[in-house]
Design a protein around this ligand. Sequence first.
Ligand SMILES: Nc1ncnc2c1ncn2[C@@H]1O[C@H](COP(=O)(O)OP(=O)(O)OP(=O)(O)O)[C@@H](O)[C@H]1O
Ligand SMILES: [Mg+2]
Length: 348
Amino acid sequence: MTGFDELRLDGVRRRFGGQDALAGLSLTIRRGEFIALLGPSGCGKSTALNCLAGLLPLSEGSIWQDGARLDTLPPEKRGFGMVFQSYALFPHLSVRKNIAFGLQMRRLPRDEVRRRTDQALSLVRLEEHAKKLPGQLSGGQQQRVAIARAVVLEPSLVLMDEPLSNLDAKLRLEMRTEIRRLHQTLGLTTVYVTHDQEEALSLADRLVVLRDGRVEQIGTPEDLHERPANRHVADFMGYRNLLPMKVKAVHGPVVAVEGSGLTLEGTAVGPLSPGDDVVAGIRPEDLHEGGSGVPVTVEVVEYQGRELAVEARTQSGDAVHLRAATRPAPGDQITVTAAPARVLVFPS
Ligand SMILES: Nc1ncnc2c1ncn2[C@@H]1O[C@H](COP(=O)(O)OP(=O)(O)OP(=O)(O)O)[C@@H](O)[C@H]1O
Ligand SMILES: [Mg+2]
């Protein structure tokens, strides 16, 4: 199958025994896009990917490739490539044969199989390992074989389900760059499943945040990072301080809030009125030690290279997380402030 301009998921729903694993995903994927499906364990990421791949029939909804209906086609007719968390390589075939397998199945001429396999080997930098069996490779190398095996077929869409989760931290970073590089060089369209928000933010053009089978937000990394739509997305995007508070006053988009031992000004996310119960979301790096701020007591200080991560307690006993440039001692009283633009106030 050749490429497409867009792939449209229209109310894609999948139930298991009366329970929604995916409760209506609508999304248009444009050619060349890198989409990340992000969310905690059990939120429906793999279900969404498997529906797209054709490995799971839909309970409701439809999938369209340009004008043509796709969800009624079997997986092999969709022309997609898949990379799984478990690499699913053939253990008895060499690296080269693993990569060439799909091309041979398509009965391509021998020269072309060789040329494209060589190219794929070099793309994932495994030329020197071509003759080895998967069992003789490291985890990262095996994962690269799995990726090469998928992209060698020049699929119109590459689907990856947590492809890096079996790798150690350093290799994960390397492979992350590798995947983005391949996506760009080969002009791929990619849907990538992960529960790691950093991975999703760094790789994707757009992210789909799922929770309990529902879409919480779809947007660019900047959208999600700067303007999470609700407290659940905020929680996922590193707003580690999510403090229950009450609205004291509303001045346009700026709201004064109080609670959890803090008095702050923040930016309203949605309409709010005085007296409303809210959750104030603040990233640790946006909560600073400051002269005229709110007093808190330092409890735990962690060295993090450039900065120190501090957990402190407000006078009402609520924990807050912040960053400090100089090392405070446990038991120290410090004051904290945050810029109103960096405090997001969500209805609770
Ligand atoms: N074959 C199945 N039979 C019954 N329930 C299933 C099946 N597959 C998935 N589910 C349920 O559907 C929900 C979503 O599962 P899914 O595998 O899509 O989650 P996920 O987001 O990929 O999670 P993880 O990050 O743990 O892989 C879960 O509650 C899961 O238990
Ligand atoms: Mg999964």
